[in-house]
Ligand binder design. Structure first.
Ligand SMILES: Cc1ncc(C[n+]2csc(CCO)c2C)c(N)n1
Length: 227
């Protein structure tokens, strides 16, 4: 069995929990409270800004120029996706400049992005891909599950459409293939560490839905946003 398939299986219980999460279910049914989705969109914009930087670290750590080019390209696409996400949803959801200025990353958004930076800082390209792959792959599987849903809400339909597209599918397949090529060439110890990154990111994907559903906040401190 390929490395990617193996870690996907190891992560299956937590992926199933994401599929069942009320945030995902209610998004598909169109019953998700707008406040929760707005909160999610703003936290996700923060997540994407850092995701792009982690991809750029992957580009810098890649051992061959072709991988550097692809990862750098993906970092740019994430920046563009983030910008268009911001523009489209900010308009549709009436997110104001004041709200953006007052934005604070929630503990889970901060912890998840910190986890990706840690994997990238300490490791090689395989660690970066292992940490970022659940983001692509889980969203693709969620897109597949939700694509037959009819939330009867243009905003939720737009979100589902973004993750069930063929374009998105090819992105996921590219990263799965990259993970398998790297995993086949590294040591057993490297593979164990990569599996841990994959599992921890899978846990944080679940926590991210939960964070939005609960409108998570810091208990006492209000850290200023770091770009
Ligand atoms: C918490 C969270 N996890 C995963 C994604 C999905 N995603 C983020 S960046 C990227 C790469 C292509 O742009 C993908 C698939 C998300 N939006 N938010």
């Amino acid at each position: 069995m390929s490395f990617a398939k193996r870690v996907r299986e190891a992560a299956d219980p937590i992926w199933q929990a994401s599929f069942r999460h009320s945030f995902v279910q209610e998004l598909g049914q169109g019953t998700l409270e707008r406040e929760k989705f707005r909160y999610y969109v703003m936290q996700d914009a923060y997540y994407l800004r850092h995701f792009a930087r982690v991809q750029a670290i992957g580009a810098a750590k890649a051992p061959d120029l072709a991988s550097t080019a692809r990862l750098a390209h993906h970092a740019q696409s994430t920046c563009e996706a983030e910008l268009s996400l911001h523009e489209t949803f900010a308009e549709l959801l009436n997110i104001t400049e004041e709200e953006r200025a007052a934005f604070v990353p929630a503990p889970t958004a901060y912890a998840y992005t910190s986890h990706m930076y840690r994997a990238a800082y300490e490791g090689h390209l395989g660690d970066v891909i292992a940490a970022i792959l659940p983001c692509y792959w889980l969203y693709y599987e969620i897109g597949e599950r939700l694509k037959t849903c009819q939330p009867n809400d243009p905003i939720y339909e737009k979100w589902i459409g973004a993750y069930s597209s063929d374009w998105f599918r090819s992105l996921v397949e590219e990263q799965i293939a990259r993970l398998d090529v790297i995993a086949a060439a590294v040591t057993e110890e490297d593979r164990r560490r990569m599996e841990q990154h994959f599992l921890i990111s899978s846990e944080y994907e679940y926590e991210f839905w939960d964070m939005a559903y609960r409108l998570e906040r810091w208990r006492s401190v209000r850290p200023a946003v770091n770009e």
